[in-house]
Write a protein that binds this ligand. Structure first.
Ligand SMILES: [Fe+2]
Length: 494
């Protein structure tokens, strides 16, 4: 059952902090929020399904997991109907979730911690798949994504777990499948990737890394695989997609030595480190045949975690928007996020311009933008020029978590911000396109907001242009802080 949350509610004189947003949600719920309880008006265009995923719990049996990334994946769906809003949440039934729920303690080796029991319980074992990072609805399937293993399929109506998904056996047991694939809206093709060590033909390690590439047809079938070698095995979370290229920024977050990790001595999180001396490269890979077209060298290595939209500008240039960190200290904060005291990192929003003719890279910062994360855009224009980016942001130096949303005009650099107010925190916001007859509108943003003042959550719909809160849907439960979201114009309720 859910912990007693009364201590999390704010009382007079008690400071409002964001930490209640990391508390577990143990119950799995289904309920209707009638329109009479909705503050404001839900726009007609918002009539599909909003999904949110993230750790539903960050500890078990009183033991905290080693890293925020180790939390068990919970999917939330919010269905907008003409009679109200239907909320549902379910844990993904991974082997880790099932085993640790049954044992009521940590059982499995994960990204940020080893399994109890010493070397014998950890040697040669991969981190357990938490299915907690992102989601995609593609080819008629709803998938909960991690990045070290295969996706997990869920029923989009009930959120019941269907099982691990291997694309008809084409994703091998050791094939990673990243949490950040991207769909080209013109073709419906879904591109994704996974990192792995590079092997010689007879199976020996080369000491380098490799990135596997996947092309998944609109039907949901994996129709083409490829791979290319990179200088070292590195943490690579996301990529940029243009009409003809997949673009990978390989930050030097590399494995120090695989031996202590393979031997079961340390978890994966402690085996990787920021190593700027290794350098940083950008790989531009053709989507047509998965061959590397161009490799750029970055003068000053940095960490690129999330990418926004990207496109080819027609004169041999590729434009890429991303969030930049100067090093990997953000990982230390993610590891200790349950106890953070206001040092949550936020990325800087940048435009990179790759010139395929001159082999040069130009970088420009959106200097007016507040530090933030989870860049989003109008997905109808993925791979095509877009003029606006949206993100969760930190409103001030004393912000302890994402307490605002911002809209960045990519042409002028002008920024509009919206503060959520005291005690309210958010993460990713999904853009919802306006109806065709409302083409003068910019659309809407849908996000989940945690209110620390009463340990509750709301689904908030913002006007994408003004960032005004046009509708607030109060939920009966809090929604733990999570990672990513998705929106489908479809309704899946049966
Ligand atoms: Fe991510």
């Amino acid at each position: 059952m859910t912990a007693d949350v009364s201590s999390l509610r704010t009382s007079p004189g008690k400071p409002v902090t964001h930490h209640g947003g990391f508390e577990a949600l143990d119950e799995e719920l289904d309920y209707l929020v009638p329109l009479s309880e909705v503050k404001g008006t839900i726009p007609d265009a918002v009539s599909g399904t909003f999904f949110r995923i993230g750790p539903g719990r960050n500890k078990i049996g009183g033991q905290e997991f080693g890293h925020w990334f180790d939390g068990d994946g919970m999917l939330h769906s919010v269905s907008f109907k003409d009679y109200g809003v239907v909320y549902r949440n379910r844990y993904v039934r991974t082997p880790k979730y099932l085993a640790e729920t049954k044992a009521n303690k940590i059982v499995m080796r994960s990204f940020g911690h080893n399994a109890p029991g010493g070397i014998r319980k950890n040697i040669g074992r991969l981190p357990a798949n938490c299915a907690n990072t992102n989601l995609v609805y593609h080819g008629g399937k709803l998938l909960a994504l991690w990045e070290g293993g295969r996706p997990w399929q869920l029923d989009p109506a009930t959120l019941d777990t269907i099982g691990e998904h291997d694309y008809d056996g084409k994703l091998g047991r050791f094939n990673a499948f990243s949490a950040h694939g991207k769909v080209n809206p013109r073709t419906g093709v879904y591109y994704n990737f996974g990192i792995r060590p590079s092997f010689r033909p007879r199976g020996a390690l080369t000491g380098k890394g490799a990135i596997d590439l996947y092309k998944i047809a609109p039907s949901g079938h994996l129709v083409e695989k490829g791979s290319f070698e990179v200088d070292f095995l590195s943490f690579c979370h996301d990529f940029a997609l243009t009409e003809n290229y997949m673009v990978f920024f390989q930050s030097p977050i590399a494995m120090k030595s695989p031996v202590p990790w393979l031997a079961g001595l340390i978890p994966f999180d402690q085996a990787i480190a920021w190593q700027p001396e290794l350098g940083m490269k950008v790989y531009v890979v053709r989507t047509a045949d998965f061959q590397v077209e161009k490799v750029f060298t970055v003068d000053q290595p940095f960490v690129a975690i999330h990418f926004s939209n990207a496109w080819e500008s027609g004169d041999g240039r590729i434009e890429v928007d991303l969030t930049r960190y100067e090093d990997f200290s953000v990982n230390e904060q993610l590891r200790n996020v349950l106890h953070s005291t206001g040092d949550t990192s936020a990325g800087r929003f940048m435009r990179y311009r790759l010139d395929l003719h001159s082999d040069t890279i130009e970088a420009n910062e959106y200097k007016e933008a507040l530090g933030g994360e989870f860049p989003q855009w109008d997905h109808r224009y993925t791979t095509q020029p877009t003029s606006v980016m949206y993100a969760a942001c930190m409103m001030g130096d004393d912000s302890t978590f994402f307490d605002g949303v911002e809209r960045i005009d990519l042409q002028t650099g002008k920024v509009k911000t919206h503060s959520l107010g005291e005690g309210r925190y958010t993460s990713e916001a999904m853009h919802v396109a306006p109806r065709e007859e409302d083409d003068n509108q910019e659309g809407w943003l849908v996000s989940m907001v945690y209110d620390a003042r009463d340990h509750s959550s709301e689904v908030v719909i913002f006007d994408a242009r003004t960032l005004d809160e046009v509708a607030v849907v109060p939920l009966k439960n809090h929604v733990p802080f999570g990672f990513h979201c998705g929106y489908s114009p479809r309704s899946f309720l049966r």
